[in-house]
Design a protein around this ligand. Structure first.
Ligand code: PMV
Length: 330
């Protein structure tokens, strides 16, 4: 498993490289999945069962890399990370893929301006920022396709966080994953607006990897998922191209609810919903019944990300007191 990952990483890097600057820094945005990645065809290489689609926020992760001392040292928002934590292990495993020699160590400072591990995809922006910082630290000069391919080895959804705007991740067909990367979807939508309901920023009880695997392996409805995504992806991209907000909104919300239904029907079943998640969902449905167009999506966490059009901002903020507006990047 480790060898296949190392092979996949090395296939992307130049033959010879050396550390260029003393330190390097990069920013990568959080991406919000609109047609979700939920299920893998290859666990080691993070190859998905379906295509997926996202939009990047202005929020995200800034990562600074320098050469380390005796061993790898990682900081998150100013606090040093304990080597016994899963966070440390995942970072270290990713850095193992690109270490120039086994005794080369890194010092990595990660700053998130979104709550970490609260289903706001900070691992996606984290691995994308780390990949972009490594690219300038070692002067690899990788293409955006290769940056996406490399960051995918850190966290699947990271491959969609290497650029702003709408991103389409092609699931690819190849066994080595060399055709499974994300690229910008060439449409903008300046009117589109996003707001987050921070239902809970507590660390989640079940991580997305475990949740995804259990849904895929045990939900009797998982076999329907690829067709669900294909249809939703079509409606999302058509909605964007024709600026048909109802078509876009219905598809993103249906896709998120279908993904959560897979978790609710897994064995054993589980849910990221809290009672506040459910009351927020109902509030959104009620507003819609009363003529205010707002739709939501959710990832592996209880927080709700809502989408609406700029023209409705005043209505939205008077109806939803707890919504935090966030900037999209087009
Ligand atoms: O990349 P991972 O392993 O954190 O999985 C991400 C899964 C979702 O955020 C729920 C969906 C997605 O497409 O990002």
């Amino acid at each position: 498993m480790r060898d296949r990952r190392i092979q996949a990483a090395h296939a992307l890097l130049p033959n010879a490289w050396q550390q260029a600057p003393k330190e390097a820094r990069a920013f990568a945005p959080v991406n919000i999945a609109l047609a979700k990645y939920w299920g893998k065809r290859d666990e080691a290489l993070h190859l998905p069962v379906t295509d997926s689609f996202s939009v990047s926020l202005a929020l995200g992760t800034t990562t600074t890399i320098a050469k380390g001392e005796a061993h790898d040292d990682f900081w998150l928002n100013g606090g040093k990370i304990d080597p016994a934590t899963p966070f440390y292990k995942r970072m270290q495993e990713f850095l193992d893929l690109v270490r120039p020699h086994h005794s080369f160590t890194f010092s990595v400072h990660t700053e998130n301006n979104v709550p970490t591990e609260a289903g706001l995809a900070s691992s996606a922006s984290g691995f994308a920022a780390l990949t972009l910082a490594l690219n300038s630290f070692f002067g690899w000069n990788l293409s955006s396709k290769n940056l996406s391919l490399l960051s995918r080895l850190g966290s699947g959804s990271a491959c969609r966080s290497i650029a702003p705007g709408f991103m389409l991740w092609h699931k690819g067909e190849k066994e080595d994953g060399s055709d499974s990367y994300a690229e910008p979807f060439p449409e903008k939508w300046e009117e589109l607006t996003c707001g987050i309901f921070y239902v809970s920023t507590k660390k989640k009880e079940i991580d997305s990897r475990t949740a995804m695997k259990r849904s895929q392996e045990t939900s009797p409805y998982y076999p329907l998922w690829p067709d669900v995504v294909a249809k939703d992806l079509f409606d999302i991209t058509e909605g964007i191209k024709t600026k048909n907000f109802s078509q876009f909104g219905q598809a993103i919300e249906q896709n998120a609810l279908a993904m959560h239904a897979l978790m609710h029907t897994a064995a054993p079943p589980f849910s990221y919903y809290t009672s506040d998640t459910i009351s927020t969902m109902k509030h959104i449905w009620q507003a819609r019944n009363e003529g205010v167009e707002i739709y939501f999506t959710m990832d592996a966490g209880p927080n709700i990300k809502a989408f609406f059009l700029k023209k409705d901002i005043c209505d939205i903020i008077s109806i939803f007191k707890s919504i935090s507006l966030v900037e999209l990047t087009f």
